[in-house]
Design a protein. Structure first.
Lengths: 214, 246
C-alpha cells in the first residue's frame, strides 16, 4: 500500500516536472523567436533605408539643393522617430514647451538631421554598407551595428550604430545614430539643454538660434 | 632647449597637472565639466575667426589646386611622421600587438618616407598618444579647454600633446625637428580640408561651441577608454531611452 502511494506521488511529481519543462521550452522558444524576429526587422529597416538613401543620392544629384533637402526630409520622416528624438534632446524642458513650440522644434531638429545626412550622402553613394552585428538591449531597444567601407580601401572604415525601437504599429524606427561613437542625440541634447538652461527654459530663444542660419 | 625654457616647460606641465587634479578626481567626467567656459568661448570665437579668414580659404584652394593623389600622399606622410608616438605610447600602455604592427608599418612605409602606403590600408593601427597613456594611468580628464589655434582639448590631453611634441624633439635630430615644425601648418590645412563640411555645418548650429565640445569629448572618450566604459555609457543611455519610450 505504502509502495503504491509513493509510486503514485512520484508519478505525479514527474508529470508536474514534465509539464513545467514543456511550458518553459515553449515559452523560451517563443521569446527567442520574437527576439530574433525583432532583430531581423531592425536589420532589414536599416538595410532598406540605406538602399533608399543610396538610390536617392544618385537620383537627386542633379537637383537643386533645396529640392534635394525636401526629398531627404521625406525619407527621414519615414525612418526616424522624431517625437522621441525631440523629447530625448530637450530633457525635462520638453514638458514645459507649448504645442506650437514642440512642433517648431521638431521641424528645426529635422532640418538639422537633414543637414547631417546631406553632409554624408554623396560619400554614402560611393561607399558600401555592411551590417556587422545586431543585439537586443533591455525590453524595447535594438542595436544594429554596421560599417561603411570604401571598396578601394582608400578611406578608413566608418563604424555606425543605429538604435531602434518598435512604434505602436510594430514597425521599427530609428531613435539615435552613432557615427564613430558620436551620438546624434547626445550632441544635440548638449547643445539644446545648454541654451535652454541659460535662458530659463525659453524655447523661443532656442528655436530662434536653431533656425537663424538655416 | 635652453635651461630657461626647460624650466618654464616643467612649470607649465606641473600647472596643467595641478589644474587637472583640483578640478575633479573622477575618471569619467561628465560632459559639462567646463569651469572656464567664458574664456573658452572667447578663444573659440578667435579660433573660428582665424579658421574662416585664413585656414578655410587656404584649405579650399589646396583642395582645388592640388591633385587628390598628391593630397593623399601628404596625408599619408603626416600620419607616418606621427607613428613613433603611437609606437612609444602603445608600448607604455602594454598594447604589444599595436606596438609591433605600428613599428612594422612605420619601417615598411619608411621606404617611401611615408608618402605612399605600401600596406594599402590592410593593417589597422590604433592611434595612441600620451593623453591616452595618461588616461590608462587613471589620470583624470580634467576641465575642458579651448586652446588658441589648436582647438578643443582636455587638460590631460593638452599635457599629452605637449609631452608628445617634446618626445619627438628628443628623439629626432635638429633637421627632422625643423621639418616637423614646417609640417604643422601643412597638417592644419590637411586636417581642415578633410573636415571642411563638418566644420561648416558646426558653425551653422545653434551653439557651435557646445557642439564642438560635445563632439570632441565623445570622440576622445571613445578613442581612449575601454569597451567597459562604452558599455556603461550605453547602459545609461538605454535606461534613459526606455524611460522616454514608456
Amino acid at each position: 500500500m505504502q509502495n503504491l502511494k509513493s509510486f503514485w506521488i512520484r508519478k505525479k511529481i514527474s508529470r508536474f516536472l514534465s509539464y513545467t519543462f514543456l511550458i518553459f521550452v515553449i515559452f523560451n522558444v517563443n521569446i527567442t523567436k520574437s527576439f530574433s524576429d525583432n532583430l531581423k526587422m531592425g536589420e532589414s529597416t536599416i538595410q532598406q533605408m540605406i538602399i533608399e538613401a543610396q538610390k536617392h543620392a544618385i537620383d537627386t544629384i542633379k537637383l537643386e539643393p533645396n529640392e534635394r533637402s525636401l526629398k531627404i526630409e521625406l525619407l527621414n520622416k519615414k525612418y526616424i522617430n522624431l517625437d522621441f528624438m525631440s523629447k530625448a534632446t530637450t530633457g525635462s524642458f520638453w514638458k514645459k514647451a507649448s504645442e506650437t513650440q514642440k512642433e517648431k522644434y521638431k521641424a528645426a531638429l529635422l532640418k538639422q538631421i537633414v543637414l547631417t545626412i546631406e553632409e554624408h550622402l554623396n560619400t554614402l553613394a560611393t561607399l558600401s554598407y555592411k551590417p556587422t552585428k545586431s543585439e537586443r538591449r533591455g525590453k524595447k531597444l535594438i542595436y544594429v551595428r554596421g560599417l561603411i567601407e570604401d571598396p578601394n580601401k582608400k578611406k578608413p572604415n566608418i563604424n555606425l550604430l543605429w538604435k531602434l525601437a518598435a512604434n505602436k504599429n510594430g514597425s521599427f524606427l530609428i531613435l539615435d545614430l552613432e557615427i564613430e561613437g558620436i551620438s546624434l542625440v547626445s550632441s544635440q541634447k548638449a547643445e539644446a539643454v545648454s541654451i535652454l538652461r541659460k535662458n530659463r527654459g525659453n524655447f523661443d530663444i532656442l528655436l530662434n538660434k536653431m533656425t537663424r542660419d538655416n | 632647449m635652453t635651461k630657461k625654457y626647460k624650466f618654464l616647460f616643467v612649470k607649465f606641465i606641473t600647472a596643467l597637472f595641478i589644474l587637472n587634479g583640483c578640478s575633479n578626481s573622477t575618471k569619467f567626467a561628465s560632459e559639462n565639466k567646463d569651469p572656464f567656459e567664458k574664456i573658452n568661448r572667447n578663444v573659440f570665437q578667435f579660433n573660428k575667426y582665424v579658421d574662416q579668414k585664413i585656414i578655410s580659404p587656404i584649405s579650399k584652394t589646396y583642395v582645388k589646386k592640388v591633385p587628390a593623389k598628391i593630397r593623399s600622399g601628404v596625408s599619408n606622410h603626416l600620419q607616418w611622421m606621427d607613428t613613433p608616438n603611437t609606437i612609444i605610447n602603445s608600448a607604455l600602455q602594454t598594447d604589444m600587438e599595436n606596438t609591433i604592427l605600428a613599428s612594422a608599418k612605420f619601417l615598411l612605409n619608411g621606404l617611401t618616407l611615408g608618402f605612399y602606403d605600401l600596406d594599402k590600408g590592410e593593417t589597422v593601427i590604433k592611434k595612441r598618444d600620451f593623453g591616452s597613456t595618461l588616461a590608462r594611468l587613471n589620470v583624470s580628464e580634467g576641465p575642458f579647454l579651448m586652446v588658441p589655434l589648436i582647438g578643443p582639448k582636455t587638460t590631460r590631453d593638452l599635457t599629452g600633446t605637449i609631452l608628445d611634441r617634446q618626445n619627438m624633439a628628443t628623439l629626432s635630430s635638429n633637421s627632422i625637428d625643423d621639418l616637423s615644425l614646417a609640417e604643422v601648418p601643412i597638417n592644419i590645412i590637411d586636417k581642415r580640408s578633410k573636415m571642411s563640411k563638418t566644420l561648416d555645418n558646426i558653425y551653422l548650429s545653434a551653439d557651435p561651441y557646445v557642439k564642438v565640445r560635445s563632439f570632441y569629448l565623445q570622440n576622445r572618450r571613445n578613442e581612449i577608454y575601454s569597451e567597459k566604459y562604452i558599455e556603461n555609457k550605453n547602459n545609461d543611455l538605454d535606461a534613459e531611452f526606455e524611460k522616454l519610450l514608456d
